[in-house]
Design a protein. Structure first.
Length: 440
């Protein structure tokens, strides 16, 4: 009746990644009635991140069968059964693509134990397999091995079936029929990776006519294509002949790249980069009488500032604060943003202290984006409200040696829009970690 499946793979893209372990437990709704579990030789090296996650090494699969060798047997096991998995779309898409690669058509009804679990076991803080097993006292040893995860899922299915009084029909579904009014083939769209990067639509000449940042390239491509019949996207639909992509390893880096690509010569269907973003800096100027003014002015790359701000209001607020803190007179006029100081014997000390206080408040930090399935994370360097650069680090590499990081960095053009993109990303809680740095 049911085939409970779990797989381990070389990556997240069924178009070019391969299965390295598959486990199938046959289930009648009450208990396991049969099993088929095997390691598979993917014909390629297993990425280090996958090897660490699963514990499956190249040596372990060296003498294992290939998928081609088990394809016919696997299809016979799955045919006529409901395909069950925890996050079933992932496992089903890999199995379907792998079978198709060797000449076997496959489709079946599906049941996702995440979706069924949310309905039948409500109120849990997480529905990850390890979390729901812990909540229901289901043993799960050797997580991230297919045979262990599939057996735990089979035990979960028993509980869910019992809670549904033996009737799980309400939770069955087939893969949705997707609307695709474009000339781009579904095979090409389905072959895109489910990873963050830059999605690029191209015309018949291979010219990029639109770019879009994506946390999941395949999902973003399908979302746009489904809307191609709308009036605003119809011209893009008529000219789009294909899609390509560039992996960034980071959703934030994809957003920054989109901003950079659209700033000067945007693709035809991207809006030009808006120049409305502004910054303001506090610097010092010598007056005609020899006194020094701490002054707020629009940011200019040719000038040196004690501190830079994303908005004029923020800068004015700090300027008033430094005036009060160091007993320096400040103009009452709301348009007057100069801090005029009258020379006196203590003036040099107060001025020096005010400048030091301003500089100490500079925002210098590292933003570490969330770890992606490639085993890398991306670090961004922000100094004085400027995004200066980024670099990719492997899992376990230190992000605390600033000078070493700077040597690895790919520099980013100074742009307030990019800084605000980083701020919004952090504000939405999407970054993995923010590391404060001392003023440089």
């Amino acid at each position: 009746m049911y085939a409970v499946v779990d797989i381990e793979t070389t990556g997240s893209h069924p178009g070019h990644d391969h299965i390295i372990e598959i486990a199938v437990y046959l289930h009648d709704g009450r208990e396991v009635t049969g099993e088929f579990c095997t390691l598979l030789n993917p014909g390629q090296n297993i990425p280090p991140f996958i090897a660490r996650l699963t514990g499956i090494s190249d040596q372990m699969v060296q003498d294992a069968p290939t998928f081609q060798e088990i394809a016919e047997k696997l299809k016979a096991i799955l045919d006529g059964r409901i395909f069950v998995a925890h996050n079933v779309q992932f496992d089903h898409s890999f199995v379907k693509q792998s079978l198709a690669r060797h000449g076997h058509e496959f489709d079946s009804e599906m049941l996702c134990t995440i979706k069924a679990g949310r309905s039948l076991v409500p109120g849990l803080s997480s529905y990850k397999l390890s979390s729901i097993c812990r909540s229901l006292d289901i043993p799960l040893n050797n997580a991230h091995r297919a045979y262990a995860d599939a057996l735990a899922t089979a035990n979960l299915l028993t509980i869910l079936n019992d809670k549904a009084n033996g009737n799980l029909q309400a939770y069955l579904y087939r893969k949705e029929i997707r609307k695709n009014p474009s000339r781009i083939s579904e095979e090409l769209l389905d072959g895109l990776p489910s990873l963050p990067g830059l999605l690029q639509f191209t015309d018949d000449n291979g010219q990029i006519i639109m770019v879009a940042a994506a946390s999941n390239i395949r999902k973003k491509a399908w979302a746009l294509v489904k809307r191609f019949h709308h009036k605003k996207l119809l011209p893009l639909a008529l000219e789009s002949a294909s899609v390509q992509y560039e992996l960034t390893g980071s959703e934030l880096l994809a957003q920054i790249r989109e901003t950079m690509d659209c700033k000067h010569m945007p693709p035809r269907f991207n809006r030009k980069h808006k120049q409305y973003e502004s910054r303001f800096g506090i610097t010092d100027r010598i007056n005609g009488n020899g006194s020094v003014t701490l002054k707020l002015e629009p940011y200019n790359e040719a000038s040196i500032y004690h501190r830079v701000f994303a908005s004029q209001n923020d800068a004015r607020r700090i300027l008033k604060e430094v005036a009060k803190k160091f007993n320096l007179p400040f103009g009452d006029d709301s348009q007057q943003v100069d801090l005029f100081v009258e020379p006196d014997t203590d003036y040099p000390n107060r001025l020096a202290s005010a400048i030091e206080w301003l500089q100490t408040g500079r925002k210098n930090y590292l933003v570490q984006d969330k770890l992606m399935q490639t085993g890398e994370h991306v670090i961004f360097l922000i100094e004085d409200e400027k995004v200066n650069g980024y670099c990719h680090l492997q899992l376990g590499d230190s992000a605390h040696h600033l000078e070493e990081l700077k040597n690895k960095m790919t520099r980013i053009e100074n742009d307030p829009a990019i800084y605000r993109t980083v701020q919004r990303y952090i504000g939405r809680g999407k970054s993995r970690k923010v590391i404060d740095l001392k003023t440089t």
